[in-house]
Design a protein around this ligand. Structure first.
Ligand code: ATP
Length: 219
């Protein structure tokens, strides 16, 4: 338990979560344990600016994330991006979260390597590190080369050991969690072709998918 007055260490894992799966959940849990985070909030996007329209509604995606993290401390859901009626830019989310925290609280933006590689197309991406540190999770099915646009940033800001990240933000570290080659795309494909996704998503999420007929070929 955190002593009163100790800075908080909060992880944020944004995503479409269409649907949430074990890659997100194991990754978030392992990062929390390895880096010593007090909490990791899963933040479902409302209208992802860089993505196609999600396959299920915002309400369904939020419900599935809620089911996935129930009784799974330190994971929780932060629905603030779904409460906005405009594109959900991560920098806005960070600013809104920062406004609720103490100055010395630490925010860790967690993302997979594929998402990190897309960073230069994000809105005001050069300001993200003003508000947080970035923790990058490996993704076994992603390209390993970093894009040219990120090389200078990585050279200037990356540290080898995520445990050495100090202060309220500004640095990047890699977290070598157990690699899981699972994606929401693959899960949707499995479901559309009638294959089982058991053990790729929590049972409660699978029950929700089945009860609401999500991701079937006819949808
Ligand atoms: P899709 O297949 O629809 O693109 P996805 O499986 O990549 O979805 P997202 O909701 O887009 O899931 O991912 C949210 C975040 O979680 C991203 O930063 C992504 O890189 C990361 N992530 C997703 N799956 C994994 C995984 N298996 N291992 C590590 N990180 C992951």
């Amino acid at each position: 338990m955190r002593a009163i007055g100790t800075p908080r260490r909060i992880g944020l894992l944004g995503g479409t979560f269409d649907p949430v799966h074990i890659g997100h959940l194991r990754g978030a849990l392992e990062v929390a344990e390895m880096v010593g985070l007090d909490e990791v909030r899963l933040v479902p996007n409302y209208r992802p600016p860089h993505r196609e329209t999600p396959y299920s509604t915002a309400q369904d995606r939020l419900s599935m994330v809620r089911l996935a993290v129930q009784d799974l401390a330190p994971l929780s859901v932060d629905a603030r991006e779904l409460e906005r009626d405009k594109p959900s830019y991560t920098v806005d989310t960070l600013e809104s979260l920062r406004a609720e925290l103490d100055d010395d609280d630490q925010v860790f933006l967690i993302m997979g390597w594929d998402a990190f590689c897309g960073l230069p197309s994000w809105h005001r991406w050069d300001q993200l590190l003003d508000h947080c540190h970035i923790l990058v999770m490996q993704r076994p099915d992603a390209d390993s080369e970093s894009p040219e646009a990120l090389r200078d940033l990585l050279a200037a800001r990356s540290v080898n050991d995520p445990l050495t990240l100090t202060g309220s933000g500004g640095q990047i570290a890699f977290v070598w969690q157990a690699p899981l080659g699972v994606s929401a795309t693959r899960i949707r494909q499995f479901l559309a072709s009638g294959r089982s996704v058991r053990f790729l998503v929590p049972d409660a999420v699978l029950a929700y998918i089945n009860a609401h007929g999500l991701y079937r070929a006819s949808n």
